[in-house]
Design a protein around this ligand. Structure first.
Ligand code: MLT
Length: 270
């Protein structure tokens, strides 16, 4: 089983392919399996590793009351080393993007390229901070099922396939309560990293969903503009979870970033 012991905890990861390493960091309250389409679609260009962050998925349970983005970033840096690499193409979605930015701040040398998907650099404002506590209270009171129903409404573009809904529900309902609480507190207290965007000196890609209500295209474009030379891809018909909702478009953008070339798709004659 692919586990790595890092920073006093055991992290689970799933891998596909070989060659240069690419590490995929999931959002909240999800796990490595949100990246299964990327593992399948990018294994011919990279050794793709999708990790379960500390406390999530099949990684060790946590006892910490709060999980900071810095701790997650440190775990990812150690994982990259444990996998025998000096650096990796780092891809983070939403909370995974907060972690990727913390990684850029704390351990920039391990970041070969940086992809920020459906995420933000700013900290939570007062309203968002208050909502974190409300979410904790609601989850403890009414359970993960209530959270899953809410997340399916808010994170996916209208008309999601049954398969995408089912995958999302499995992830949300499979996340431990103590992890949900600790990660919500960690996200609530994360610092503003907007000032870091202009320091990003590796090839960067910003991916957003055209119908993402949480991190809308205007925000993603503004973030990309602050990163020197970053490319922006707004994925048509996707919500907040573009890698699951529109995997081909996201994979194409990632190949272009990793390989520095345009992807030419072969289509059979009609
Ligand atoms: C996520 O998808 O990771 C969350 O929307 C992040 C957040 O709650 O800020």
């Amino acid at each position: 089983m692919p586990y790595a012991r890092v920073n006093g905890t055991m992290l689970y990861y799933r891998e596909a392919g070989e060659g240069r390493l690419a590490v995929f960091i999931h959002g909240f309250p999800l796990d490595h399996s949100m990246w299964l389409d990327q593992l399948a679609g990018l294994a011919h260009v990279r050794r793709c590793v999708a990790v379960d962050l500390r406390g999530f998925g099949r990684s060790d349970p946590v006892v910490e009351p709060a999980l900071s983005m810095e701790v997650f970033a440190d775990d990812v840096a150690e994982l990259i080393e444990a996998l025998g690499s000096d650096s990796a193409d780092v891809v983070g979605l939403s909370m995974g993007g907060y972690v990727a930015l913390a990684l850029w701040e704390l351990r920039p040398a391990v970041v070969r390229t940086l992809t920020l998907a459906d995420t933000r650099a700013a900290a939570d404002g007062p309203e968002a901070r208050r909502k974190r506590q409300e979410t904790i209270d609601r989850v403890l009171d009414r359970g993960r099922e209530a959270m899953a129903a809410e997340v399916m409404q808010s994170l996916l573009a209208p008309g999601p396939t049954a398969q995408v809904q089912a995958r999302l529900r499995s992830m949300v309902e499979g996340t431990r309560y103590e992890t949900i609480v600790a990660a919500l507190l960690g996200m609530r207290d994360r610092p503003d990293r907007t000032h870091l965007l202009s320091t990003i000196s590796v090839p960067a890609l910003v991916v957003g969903g055209e119908q993402d209500q949480s991190t809308p295209p205007s925000q993603m474009r503004a973030m990309a503009q602050a990163i020197p030379g970053a490319r922006t891809v707004i994925v048509p018909g996707a919500g907040h979870l573009s890698p699951m909702e529109r995997p081909s478009e996201v994979n194409e953008a990632l190949i272009e970033l990793f390989e520095g070339r345009k992807v030419v798709w072969w289509r059979p004659e009609p």
